[in-house]
Design a protein around this ligand. Structure first.
Ligand code: TEU
Ligand code: CA
Length: 533
């Protein structure tokens, strides 16, 4: 059995986890000081969002040096200390591998501005049309043009994300060699693997214009192409040498595309994050929210459980709003927080928790654009403004969907600074930290935190929860029920995604209920989660 099928993984967004030196910014020594918390939760591996040197246009997803630590976060010694200290607790470190693009502050890019430099072809450059037209009609992920003119080289460069994130040109074999060296550099330091950022768009087959689409015009020239698979097969050789684990973030992924990446016969990556279940409360684009319908969500989860042998299970990350207001209920905050915990920790696959999820953190309570930091939110605001969308409506769309919802500082304590910092935090702390914080939940057996710890321990104890087959029982308008089966062992999970009670006909002895009841007689209370043996 591969080790990564047996573990619980926890994502840290370093900027918002723990500040150790009073500058309002989370850092690596801060993470080290909180390793006990992770150990208590039963975390086996940390996915660390980028800590490399970066001008932070996209908070580290714009890397200017892959072999340096962002000084705001600490030093390379701190990083080595983290790998070491985590290792002593049996916690592995996974780095974020962002290799579709680099920051325009990276020296490769600076060199690349000179056509005679050996780095000239490290990026996609194009002179554009005769009349100053852009090289093609593609559109980017962050709602802006994806070409930027560079006055020094007098050409445009491609950037599918922010304008300071230039796409690397893998048609130049030297680029892949650089990446291989970087992988070795980190694997030699003892990291256990990588979360691979937008990994299915590395290869662009041509820069031709294409059919206009509502979003991502041009994507047929880079989505999940053979060239990308070829790159991954080459990187796999290094990963295999070190026994490294990889989980890919792949955009517009279908079950087939996922199997092409991590099917047993292909094994280019070990796992992929799918997005379909995160899109069931939207029309086409995430900015156009629609009412959350549990049935669509359940059907989607069942579909992926069936289509793939092994899934990455998650409900939150640094790009998504928090899960309780989204899939649960703020009115039944505690109950629904525990219910979502039950879902993540009892589906078949490798569970990923995102910092703050274990205490039921909710979305930001900002009221103005000015309070936001996220480059994507800011760009989208600009685009909407261009289309004369009134300010109120712009804010409504952005507030619900902004990535900053998940990026507010961790709420360790109730007081000012929330135990996160003694200074002014880089991004506002939610005022509900007086009510939602770890310190309070630690002393409370009935808290969301205690429930996470309990279920994480149960999962560790019961092999059926880790390795068992998934058998769907009910995916209705309210209730999601399924069984996990391993040999003679059977556990049934029933979840009521509703403010109203629900009746189910399931048998078995009650093992857990988030209503702390003694017996279960077939009625699920609002947002009740039960596990039956
Ligand atoms: O995300 C890629 C991605 O698909 C999301 O950014 C998504 O497109 C976005 O939220 C728009 O809805 C990865 C990282 O997770 C993200 O933080 C980075 O900004 C992005 O890549 C660029 O590196
Ligand atoms: Ca700091």
């Amino acid at each position: 059995m591969e080790w990564w099928k047996d573990v619980l993984i926890y994502q840290i967004y370093p900027r918002s986890f723990q500040d150790s030196n009073g500058d309002g910014i989370g850092d690596i020594p801060g993470i080290i000081s909180r390793l006990d918390h992770l150990q208590e939760l039963g975390v086996d591996a940390i996915w660390l969002s980028p800590v490399y040197k970066s001008p932070n246009a996209d908070n580290g997803y714009d890397i200017s040096d892959y072999r340096e630590i962002n000084p705001e976060y600490g030093t390379m010694e701190d990083m080595e200390e983290l790998i070491d200290q985590a290792g002593r607790r049996g916690i592995r470190i996974l780095m974020d591998l962002v290799i579709n693009h680099t920051s325009t502050e990276h020296y490769w890019f600076k060199e690349s501005r000179d056509k005679t430099s050996p780095y000239a072809d490290y990026y996609y450059w194009s002179p554009g049309g005769a009349d100053g037209a852009l090289p093609n009609n593609w559109t980017g992920f962050f709602g802006e043009d994806c070409w930027e003119f560079d006055p020094q080289r007098c050409e445009y460069y491609l950037h599918l994300f922010a304008r300071s994130q230039a796409d690397l040109n893998y048609h130049n074999p030297a680029v892949l060699e650089e990446i291989k060296d970087i992988l070795r550099f980190w694997l030699d330091k003892g990291v256990a693997g990588f979360r691979c950022d937008v990994i299915n768009i590395l290869w662009k087959d041509s820069l031709e214009s294409s059919k206009k689409r509502l979003a991502l015009t041009g994507s047929e020239h880079y989505l999940s192409l053979e060239g990308t698979h070829d790159i991954l097969r080459q990187l796999r050789e290094i990963w295999d040498e070190y026994g490294a684990f990889t989980v890919g973030e792949s955009v517009f992924v279908t079950p087939q595309r996922a199997r092409d990446l991590c099917g047993k016969d292909r094994r280019e990556l070990d796992l992929v994050f799918s997005f379909e279940h995160m899109e069931c409360d939207q029309y086409f684009l995430k900015w156009f929210k629609r009412k959350f319908r549990p049935k669509i969500f359940f059907d989607c989860l069942v579909k992926w459980q069936k289509e793939l042998d092994w899934n990455a299970i998650y409900l939150e990350n640094h790009d998504q709003p928090r899960s309780i207001p989204r899939f649960g209920s703020e009115k039944f905050w505690k109950e629904s927080g525990k219910l979502l915990a039950t879902l993540v920790l009892t589906l078949r696959g490798t569970p990923f928790l995102y910092q703050g999820q274990e205490i039921g953190m909710t979305n930001f309570d900002f009221t103005r654009m000015r309070q936001l930091n996220d480059v994507e939110s800011k760009n989208v605001d600009k685009v909407l403004r261009r289309f004369h969308v009134p300010q109120k409506l712009r804010w409504k769309l952005i507030a619900k969907t902004s990535r900053d919802n998940a990026r507010t500082p961790f709420q360790w304590e109730g007081g000012e600074g929330a135990g996160f910092t003694s200074a002014r935090p880089w991004l506002g702390i939610n005022h509900n930290c007086a009510a939602i914080n770890l310190a309070d939940q630690e002393g409370d057996e009935d808290s969301i935190w205690s429930w996470y710890k309990d279920l994480s321990a149960l999962r560790r104890e019961r092999e059926v929860l880790r390795q068992g087959e998934f058998v769907p029982l009910e995916a209705g308008r309210q209730v999601f029920a399924y069984r996990r089966e391993l040999g003679e062992e059977r556990l049934t999970v029933a979840l009521n995604f509703s403010d109203d009670p629900a009746q189910v006909s399931l048998d078995g002895q009650l093992l857990r209920s988030n209503y702390r009841r003694e017996r279960f007689e077939g009625i699920l209370q609002p947002w009740e989660a039960v596990i039956l043996e």
